[in-house]
Design a protein around this ligand. Structure first.
Ligand SMILES: [Zn+2]
Length: 305
């Protein structure tokens, strides 16, 4: 009888233990958020990112596996604003996981507290395909903003896993220090970019330009999300010639034909840059990504002179 009792106790203990020791399941939309969640969560979390780093974030085609991941999630970390607006809310609904519904205990909007750029004046709708209707959501390419993202993630982790609060706090302090160091280092690295003028395909680089002191004087898209038009490109080519812009920045997921055509007519060079962790070789972490992007831009500026 006593042996049976012991066996029963052991079975019970075993059935409880894995759950108590189980990791916090975190789902992020982007790889940049995944990196941040792993820094703050450490051993206590397992993190999955839904989007591929080489995917255009504004035209995400959700896969059935997304719903499965969302259903199992303790925490969902998203960029917010209108970044995931077209595809994520229906999937969250479908996942039947009340924790990660908007405002739920496991819902983290990483944009809370970010000083936003390019908040539209007046009414903007998505009718014509325009995006960024609540301001520019590409805010992570600035170490100061990464600190705010990490604070939001730490708050979310503490809500769903209060037992890990001291670990999350400690990791947050460490990441904040790391970001301060990264900013010092990259400001030096990016010094040759100060005052430089670029043209880009999409408004992905505004926060980067703002932090490191260069300017994007025009875009191939007439408005974020609206494809280039002939009249807009004619104006842009004129301005590029007047202002002697020698570098066009484009993401790998935009087509090449138009950037190459504009480059040909202006004598500029197209530089391909992925704004997300893991999109290119040597960008497996956020600090590596920042160094990679800035070094590539510095190189492009030097080559153009
Ligand atoms: Zn965008």
């Amino acid at each position: 009888m006593r042996r049976l009792y012991l066996a029963l106790v052991m079975v019970l203990a075993l059935s409880i233990a894995p759950d108590a020791a189980r990791k916090v399941r975190v789902v992020t939309t982007t790889n940049d958020l995944k990196w941040a969640a792993e820094q703050i969560g450490g051993d206590r979390v397992e993190v999955v990112a839904l989007m591929h780093p080489l995917q255009n974030p504004h035209t995400v085609q959700p896969r059935p596996s997304f719903v499965v991941q969302l259903n199992r999630a303790d925490l969902l970390i998203r960029i917010g604003l209108d970044y995931e607006e077209t595809w994520l809310p229906p999937l969250v609904e479908e996942s039947r996981n009340p924790k990660i519904r908007r405002g739920g205990i496991g819902d983290v909007d990483a944009s809370i507290g970010i000083p936003l750029l390019e908040i539209p004046q007046g009414r903007v709708t998505r009718e014509q395909g325009e995006v960024h209707i609540w301001g520019n959501p590409h805010y992570w390419l600035d170490p100061e903003n990464m600190k705010i993202i990490a604070q939001n993630i730490a708050e979310g982790l503490k809500r769903v896993d209060p037992a890990g609060a001291s670990v999350y706090e400690r990791n947050l302090r460490r990441l904040e220090q790391e970001m301060d160091n990264l900013l010092d280092e990259t400001l030096k690295l990016a010094a040759p970019l100060r005052g430089e003028k670029f043209v880009a395909y999409h408004t992905t680089w505004s926060y980067l330009a703002n932090r490191y002191g260069f300017r994007i004087i025009g875009y191939l898209e007439p408005k974020p999300g609206i494809p280039p038009s002939a009249s807009h490109l004619a104006d842009l080519i004129l301005r590029m010639r007047q202002e002697k812009v020698k570098v066009i920045v484009k993401e790998p997921f935009y087509e090449n034909r138009i950037p190459n055509m504009v480059a040909q007519r202006t004598g500029a060079k197209v530089v391909e840059l992925c704004p997300t962790v893991g999109g290119e070789k040597g960008t497996e972490t956020y600090p590596k990504l920042m160094r990679h992007i800035l070094a590539k831009l510095v190189n492009a500026v030097k080559e153009a002179k």
